[in-house]
Design a binder for this molecule. Structure first.
Ligand code: ADP
Ligand code: MG
Length: 605
């Protein structure tokens, strides 16, 4: 027998989708406050929202006659022209309040802006009581007590108080990033979790400030502005330098027409834009705001309205990738300040104990290094990559003189400074105008070679160099079989390979950019890496990956002694090379400590 379900059961079913946990309840109530034009929204929770959720706003309020309607299913004041494709409000489905009312003890107290008295409506598990006069300033307070007490089965799905609280914090913070002008505060039974103040409508810096309050101050300090208009879209916001990255996507935020959304198109666009700079398991911090006419995006694809569908997702994806890449390109060789702060943190003693005093010892200067000192030893030519050789060849005597006799004033001209020494055959120490620069020679050179390869591949084919004697490399049959489909792609990256017998391959040509390398090791690495990249990875991404591996093999290694000329040549190349502040995995290639950092380190300030 088929029968129509009673209204309250329908509402309880809807509650499972619309307000499946305290955080989604809070989100719906805060969205209602935003739609009502509130300037300040105060939220109180108890027991992770299970015992109590109270949201108070100073918006326009609800008129007495509208109060009973607010808790009717599919009753809304928002979808005025009945056009689902012209949505300009956070709400439009008219489902939240009836759903919440069906599963909790709900009380709505409100005073409308045009009224001189406030009214209260109570609903307990769907049972509505008559309206009561109440005391309340303009605006609305909604209290939800004992959420899901009417559907005990659902209570069992809730997590610990701290997990539910964390989800509530995240839900409100996402809205607070989308509405930086509005004040938001959250308290629980013990403390204030945050209190973001409202800003004046003409305070244009408030968005970045709010992002800093929520994502951490290092974000505004290390974020690059994004602004890109492409009719009918407008994309603004900030993206972090690649060296400021995280282990999850939790700090990737997209807001579409004022609504924070989780979106696959966005996630993949961010991944592609940063693909050159980050290891696969690291994620950049990003906050982007996309505006478009409502017609270009379907907001009604998810009961909790947290997903959208773009009319032209390819165009949106291209816009996001292009805008992020443009911002990153503009950053040049910059690495995030967090890098130097971390370095400083690691070097500083935890506390400077006043009891401890260094024993002063007479300082005996060492004898000057002999003429054949390691720091100026020349490097056998063939071992350097093409890039380094070129820079060595172009070193004019005057330049070399300059390198040795670098006067402090020359350090303006060179942001990464003048090389002073190499330590552990791995790090270059340079004096810059601001202070001290420490460069990881392998990471930095790897980046330079990679960028050079990319640039050449974009304009012409990568030059190959024929090996005098082709190199035979023994692999397993399975490895040869796995590698074969990639031969053509490897050729575009400068590697000419043929099958030789059953389980051997023949390498005839290698990228000219590399100079002399260990071909066998490079091929073995590529075999492993290509096997790891699954089939879904696009050709472009594969090529980038292969180039990165080639660059790694073609770069000066840690453990190589460099002359001052070589060190300075490397620093100058870094300055000219985009993205040279980070290696291909998002780690920094250099750390800069300012003079004041050094003073701090030695307690001189
Ligand atoms: P929707 O937001 O989709 O319209 P809701 O069930 O969330 O559906 O709310 C129903 C109606 O109650 C809203 O359309 C609005 O008119 C009114 N309302 C709810 N919360 C508030 C509030 N805080 N301030 C003013 N009006 C509100
Ligand atoms: Mg709503």
């Amino acid at each position: 027998m088929i029968r129509l379900l009673p209204q309250n059961l329908i509402n309880q079913i809807a509650a499972g989708e619309v307000v499946e946990r305290p955080a989604s309840t809070v989100k719906e109530l805060v969205e209602n406050a935003l739609d009502a034009g509130a300037r300040n929204i105060h939220i109180l929770i108890q027991d992770g929202g299970r015992a109590l959720i109270c949201v108070r706003d100073d918006g326009e309020g609800i008129a007495q006659a509208d109060l009973p309607l607010a808790i009717e299913r599919h009753a809304t004041s928002k979808l005025r022209d009945e056009d689902l494709f012209n949505i300009t409000t956070m709400g439009f489905r008219g489902e939240a309040l009836p759903s919440i009312g069906a599963v909790s003890r709900l009380s709505i107290t409100s005073r409308h802006c045009a009224a001189d008295a406030a009214w209260q409506l109570n609903v307990v598990a769907g049972e509505v009581s008559p309206l009561r006069p109440a005391a309340h300033p303009q605006g609305t307070t909604i209290e939800v007590a004992d959420l899901f007490f009417a559907t005990p089965a659902r209570l069992k799905f809730l997590k610990s108080t701290s997990a539910e609280t964390a989800a509530i914090v995240e839900a409100i913070q996402r809205l607070a990033m989308a509405y930086p002008y509005i004040g938001f505060s959250l308290r629980d039974e013990r403390r204030t979790l945050f209190d973001y103040k409202p800003s004046a409508p003409d305070d244009h810096g408030c968005r970045l400030r709010r992002l800093g309050e929520i994502m951490g101050q290092e974000f505004p300090q290390n974020a690059l502005p994004v602004e890109s208009g492409q009719e009918p879209y407008l994309l603004t916001g900030h993206v972090a330098l690649a060296t400021l990255n995280r282990a999850s996507t939790a700090y990737q935020f997209l807001c579409v027409n004022g609504r924070p959304v989780k979106d696959k198109v966005f996630a993949s666009a961010v991944r592609v834009a940063y693909q050159d700079f980050l290891a696969r398991d690291r994620y950049p911090m990003v906050a982007l705001f996309l505006e478009m006419p409502p017609l270009y995006v379907d907001m009604n694809v998810h009961p909790a309205k947290s997903e959208v569908r773009f009319r032209d997702s390819t165009q949106v994806r291209g816009l996001i990738i292009g805008a992020i890449k443009k911002a990153l390109n503009a950053a040049g060789h910059r690495a995030s300040t967090t890098v130097s702060q971390q370095a400083l943190g690691a070097m500083m003693p935890a506390s400077r104990s006043s009891a401890w005093q260094p024993t002063l010892q007479p300082f005996a200067p060492r004898a000057a290094p002999p003429a054949s000192s390691p720091s100026t030893a020349s490097i056998p030519g063939g071992m350097l990559s093409e890039d380094m050789q070129v820079s060595q060849r172009t070193l004019s005597p005057t330049y070399a003189d300059f390198v040795h006799a670098a006067a402090p004033s020359q350090e303006i001209m060179c942001p990464l400074g003048v090389a002073k020494a190499q330590v552990h055959e791995t790090y270059i120490i340079a004096q810059s105008q601001k202070g001290l620069v420490i460069v990881d020679q392998h990471a930095a050179h790897e980046r330079i070679v990679y960028e050079r390869m990319k640039q050449r591949m974009a304009t012409q084919n990568l030059a190959r160099q024929t090996l005098l004697v082709p190199e035979v490399i023994s692999l397993s049959e399975a490895q040869v079989e796995a590698l074969m489909p990639h031969f053509e792609m490897l050729q575009t990256c400068g590697l000419a390979i043929e099958v030789f017998g059953v389980s051997d391959i023949l390498v005839r040509e290698t990228p000219a950019i590399l100079g002399e390398i260990n071909v066998k090791q490079l091929i073995l690495d590529l075999v492993d890496e290509l096997a790891e990249l699954d089939n879904a990875v696009a050709l472009q991404e594969r090529i980038a990956h292969v180039c990165a591996t080639i660059a790694c093999h073609g770069s000066i290694r840690a453990g190589r002694r460099l002359s001052l000329e070589e060190m300075n040549a490397l620093l100058r190349q870094m300055e000219e090379t985009p993205h040279s502040g980070q290696c291909n995995h998002g780690r920094p290639t250099y750390v800069e400590l300012s003079k004041s950092d050094l003073e701090k380190l030695f307690g001189r300030t």
